[in-house]
Design a protein around this ligand. Structure first.
Ligand code: ATP
Ligand code: MG
Length: 306
């Protein structure tokens, strides 16, 4: 059964996003409990039902990446502290509900930018390119085809809209207006590209192309920048199987694209209260698990047993 709402009366909920809920930890104001539900959102709308195991898949995938990136991107700071359910602050039932879907993270001030990096031409970037030859206002080589790899990965941020509103693509040179200063904007851009390039080569060795992805960053009181939120999951990224990749063709994917395509086919894009049929949920769950297994080298069922 998918869990769309967790009941955790022992903890104070401080924020709820489309997929995650953030809880304060008593006695530790510097930490948060970052809890992933099984909720599914697409086109900025949350579906009525969820995908079984999705919260655990997202959490364990993110935790895996935090460890990989700590090795591959020297000096990178991340909000990840541990996967442990904090001892002594929740009941046994709550601890069981939280298992595998929660991370203890550093509590930080999240920056108002969606730090998107694109390695391949698809999605809204493909639409803009066809209309204007640009991507987020950046000039791109002529004659590019759908799903083609960019000569090098590009940083293409968008605004971070409040719940219910849509993010807007912006030119990277305008990101500082969202962030308040040019030095922060420069660091976020540089980090985003470094992390993407490290992750893309790691994933490619394991048969997955990371076509694009979205990072979030935050600052501590001293102004240091941290990678936060979920990272490099099938929710925040387009993952394509390398074996069936072809330029000029819409790629098969391990990610939410399958649900997006179903919503479009059914005329349900952007509609509220959509119930996703069981067979579509089951395929999505399998794809998410498949991506987890390819990236981590572990079967999901074995990973949650530990
Ligand atoms: P958003 O567009 O803000 O991500 P969302 O609906 O996608 O909204 P979720 O991803 O479900 O939100 O929830 C995660 C929320 O937690 C996000 O608002 C994210 O910015 C915030 N967040 C992530 N890491 C931290 C952190 N270390 N400290 C404080 N807030 C965080
Ligand atoms: Mg989010």
């Amino acid at each position: 059964m998918a869990v769309t709402q967790l009941s955790l009366p022992s903890l104070d909920r401080i924020a709820s996003g489309k997929v995650r809920d953030l809880f304060a930890l008593p006695n530790d104001p510097d930490r948060l409990l970052f809890v992933a539900s099984d909720r599914l959102s697409a086109f900025d709308v949350v579906m009525k039902n969820g995908i079984p195991n999705k919260g655990a898949i997202l959490t364990l995938t993110s935790a895996h990446w935090f460890r990989v990136l700590a090795e591959r991107v020297p000096g990178l700071r991340t909000h990840f502290i541990s996967l442990d359910v904090p001892a002594g602050v929740v009941t046994a039932d709550e601890a069981a509900a939280l298992r595998n879907r929660t991370m203890q993270v550093r509590r930080l001030q999240v920056l108002k930018i969606e730090a998107i990096v694109r390695g391949y031409l698809t999605g809204s970037a493909w639409k803009e390119y066809q209309a204007k030859g640009t991507v987020h206002g950046l000039a791109m080589p002529a004659g590019m085809r759908l799903s083609q790899k960019f000569p090098e990965a590009i940083y293409t941020p968008s605004t971070k809209a409040d719940l219910g509103a849509h993010d807007e693509n912006i030119h990277p040179d305008d990101a500082w207006k969202e962030l308040g200063d040019k030095e922060t904007a420069r660091q976020v851009q540089e980090l985003s590209l470094k992390i993407y390039n490290a992750a893309a080569s790691y994933a490619e060795e394991r048969g997955i192309i990371i076509a694009d992805t979205k990072f979030e960053f935050a600052k501590d009181a001293e102004g240091n920048i941290y990678l936060v939120d979920e990272v490099l999951t099938p929710d925040s990224s387009r993952f394509w199987p390398k074996e069936s990749y072809e330029v000029g063709k819409e790629a098969d994917s391990f990610d939410k694209q399958f649900i997006r395509n179903w919503l479009i086919r059914e005329g349900l894009k952007g509609k509220e209260d959509v119930v996703v049929p069981d067979d579509i949920c089951a395929v999505t769950e399998e794809r998410y698990k498949d991506a987890f297994c390819k990236l981590t080298g572990k079967k999901f069922e074995d990973a949650i047993a530990n």
